[in-house]
Write a new protein. Structure first.
Length: 395
């Protein structure tokens, strides 16, 4: 049996860090986060670095940069593995300590939130590695707990395994605000750890290609933490069912436009029809009157052009407060947000007389829901092509 060093977090040291950094974590902008320098004892960090596998190791799966085209070259693309049997022996022991009672107590003291739940399976986290030219689009996270939609993702912890990483190598972890503007950039230097609140507005990523030498990679260990209950707030609108990728580069925008045009072609084919959407795919509260309790579905009617040809009437019936708050006329509003579908319609003849939840498409192919004529907010639900793929069988 292989003998490995024992490492355990010191409860008192963690408590001191929680007292020192708790307030700054809770008040950080653009969303709650904090950075830990020299996160681990140097000998522990060095052992983790030595165990970290190279890009040709069979442990890895290709993860890629997000919603865009990519070459699937393991020498540059983001790689990942959640399989703890693929971790080095000491790495496996160390990752267990990040899920220990001692560390969970620290997270609760730091964040002021009780009931934090670990994921010992490391679902979609674990080890990550990106090579020269690789990147990761800005995004907010889908819920990834292995029990599906029964837990809310709350915290992401990333520990960087990059000794001697230089500024010119790039790969900064960027944190953006809800206006899609960068606020912080953190170099992924060795033994730095970043903890952040994984809310529905927590835009993060490293969207620009790495410029490190051919023999260097951006390596990290990542662990996600969850809550059983998580009320809606300014930072959290509800459980996401899709990763929300945000395009930054010209390539990303071109890819999104192409996918959107294909999806709109499908919309034209199914316009005037009602599709019954399984409730687990709808990431927001749906009025009980819209739900078929026997089938556990809600009806989604895909609009014909004639259904919203009268912009003023359609807008007043379904989007009254949203249009008024925008300061635009209905025609101006619809120039940037195209109605695609109405949730709750069972009889298409009702479309001209009753109000429903409106699904609006923006120029980037992102689909939003407005929950009735008195609602003032857009609720992001995904990209049109992804939504279509999940609710209807595509050829």
């Amino acid at each position: 049996m292989q003998t490995i060093p024992a490492f355990y977090f010191d409860r008192e040291r963690l408590a001191q860090i929680a007292r020192t950094k708790g307030e700054s974590f809770r008040s950080a902008q653009p969303f709650q986060h904090c950075v830990f320098e020299d996160f681990l004892p140097q000998d522990v960090f060095e052992l983790l670095v030595r165990e970290f596998p190279g890009p040709q190791d069979p442990a890895w799966e290709l993860h890629g940069p997000g919603r865009t085209q990519w070459a699937r070259d393991r020498n540059s693309a983001k790689l990942g593995t959640s399989d703890e049997t693929r971790f080095g022996a000491f790495t496996r022991h160390f990752m267990g300590q990040l899920n220990s009672g001692t560390f969970l107590t620290f997270l609760e003291e730091l964040t002021g939130t009780k009931g934090i739940i670990p994921d010992p399976t490391y679902n979609h986290c674990g080890m990550h590695s990106t090579g020269p030219g690789g990147r990761l689009m800005m995004h907010t996270d889908v819920n990834r707990h292995p029990l599906g939609n029964q837990m809310h993702q709350y915290l992401n912890l990333i520990v960087y395994m990059n000794p001697g990483w230089k500024e010119e190598y790039g790969g900064h972890l960027e944190l953006w605000d809800n206006k899609r503007q960068p606020v912080h950039r953190y170099l992924p230097q060795g033994n730095r750890a970043v903890l952040f609140n994984a809310g529905t507005r927590s835009l993060h990523g490293h969207p620009h290609p790495l410029t490190c030498p051919p023999d260097r990679r951006r390596n990290s260990l990542a662990v996600y933490y969850y809550l059983r209950e998580r009320p809606a707030s300014d930072d959290y609108q509800g459980m996401q069912k899709f990763v929300h990728w945000v395009p930054v580069t010209a390539e990303d925008h071109a890819f999104g436009k192409e996918r959107t045009q294909k999806a709109l072609g499908i919309v034209q084919q199914i316009a005037g029809n009602v599709i019954h959407v399984p409730m687990p795919l709808i990431p927001f509260d749906v009025p009980e009157a819209f739900v078929d309790k026997q089938q556990n579905t809600a009806p989604l009617y895909f609009l014909k052009d004639s259904d919203w040809q009268d912009r003023e009437a359609f807008g007043q019936r379904n989007l009254g407060a949203m249009i008024r708050n925008s300061g635009k006329s209905a025609s101006e509003f619809f120039a940037g947000h195209r109605p695609v579908a109405l949730l709750g319609v069972t009889d298409p003849s009702d479309v001209a007389t009753k109000s429903y939840m409106s699904c609006l498409l923006d120029p980037q192919g992102e689909l939003f829901v407005v929950r009735g004529p008195s609602a003032c907010d857009l609720f992001w639900v995904g990209f049109l092509d992804e939504i279509l793929s999940s609710i209807i069988k595509l050829d």
